[in-house]
Design a protein around this ligand. Sequence first.
Ligand code: HEC
Ligand code: HEC
Length: 444
Amino acid sequence: MKYKNSIFFVLVAAALVSAAIDLNNLGNYANQTTPNYITRDNTPPDNEMTDYGATLGRVLFYDKSLSANNTIACASCHKQAFAFGDTVRLSTGLNGGFTGRHAMRLANARFGNEVKFFWDERATSLEDQTTHPIQDFTEMGFSGTGGQPGFDSLVNKLESIGYYDTLFTLAFGSSLINEDRVQRALAQFVRSIQSFDSKFDVGLATTNNLGAPFPNFTPQENQGKNLFVAPPPAGGAGCQGCHAAPEFDIDPNSLNNGVIATAANPAILDLTNTRAPSLRNLFNPAGALNGPLMHNGDFVTIQAVINHYNLIPPNPANTNLDPRLAGPGGNLQLTQNEKNALEAFLRTLTGTDVYTNPKWSDPFNADGTLDLQVCSFATTISGNQSVCDGTVQTYSVAAGPAGATYDWTVTGGTILSSPPFTNSIQVQWNSNQGGTVTVIQINP
Ligand code: HEC
Ligand code: HEC
């Protein structure tokens, strides 16, 4: 062999539009830090979060394919800009119908003692909850009734979408799609949505003592904190009894809070609403409410909420009112100053990251396609970098003079092209293994 000229090339990175989901650079979901004072956690031992699982959950959460007519995703009603709640009183489903209750904020859904979900706690776990909207006639339309397709049709549909083959394999070890896996992935993504960068967190991290005045609080905010925490006999408003700091989740033993009118028809009473989302992020960082409050969206200001608790209208028909709220006469007797202080405190519970962090954002392009970057496009692939999961990739170098030949060396994958090799080859990567590609050009 006459080597007149031999040049070692490193491969030129393939120009790629910035992929929305880069499997070589996953968002950090599983190893996020939470403050040491956050202890309540409803994660079941058999569905621990992984970055691959939450990434699959993110794609499912934003995918309109989860509705029967491809118009509605989970994110249509649970919007990142509003702490994953909705600003309208009732949200719109796939055929224009309205939801029966107000859409709940999902931020910090993981951090609570109560493991049941929905305002009326009809879902036994977050996993169970996630496929209710998909199978709801009005919301996403895979109900299997009234002429609608069933969940099997959704599975068939997802099987026909290329990116799910890769995403389910990475999350669960095989490309099998079923309801259990859809639930696990969606629940992992929802549990990953956390918010602990509020003014309240700065104060609690500084003092490590909920009862002490927070140095970063105004006197009014500290007064509001005392009112929130102290029970009514001690001159407080007793909110802590059901929405306990620092998670501000719901007490699993709470009964209803006297808000009993059905959204669609106030004359019809609904005594079943005993759960609330975390009271964190009631307000967005700009200070506006993230949507109307309570299961029926009846309250559009925090003052209206406080006025409700201050004097809960007695109603003999409400046989499920929490006895802690059934105080005689005007139960709280808060002054306007105290109401304002309570509001000022509730406003300290808002973070910023959850509203903008790309790892919880919509990964789809405007035209509904998804860019999934499965291979490392580094110049050479080496070491522990994860390469493609069985995918085929083309590598090339600039063509040399006429008659030049190319010696390609690949580890961690198989060259699919047949020798003699040209300046371009196809490589089939082994699953989840490191790999390298090098090439020597031999000029005539
Ligand atoms: C059409 C609007 C709509 C869509 C689509 C939707 N939701 Fe909801 N979501 C709601 C409403 C309304 C509620 C409260 C319903 C109730 O309690 O009866 C809710 C409640 C929830 C809750 C309970 C929160 C809590 O603290 O108890 C979770 C979790 C949730 N949705 C996740 C999802 C997921 C995951 C999807 C997609 C598979 C989804 N939602 C699709 C409107 C929607
Ligand atoms: C006895 C338990 C209990 C106490 C005490 C209590 N709440 Fe609630 N709270 C609930 C329940 C249950 C809900 C959900 C009710 C519904 O929507 O029907 C709720 C809902 C809310 C909501 C609406 C949340 C949302 O996302 O729409 C706010 C705000 C709120 N409470 C604030 C307070 C404040 C402030 C206090 C103290 C003055 C307080 N709560 C005391 C049980 C309680």
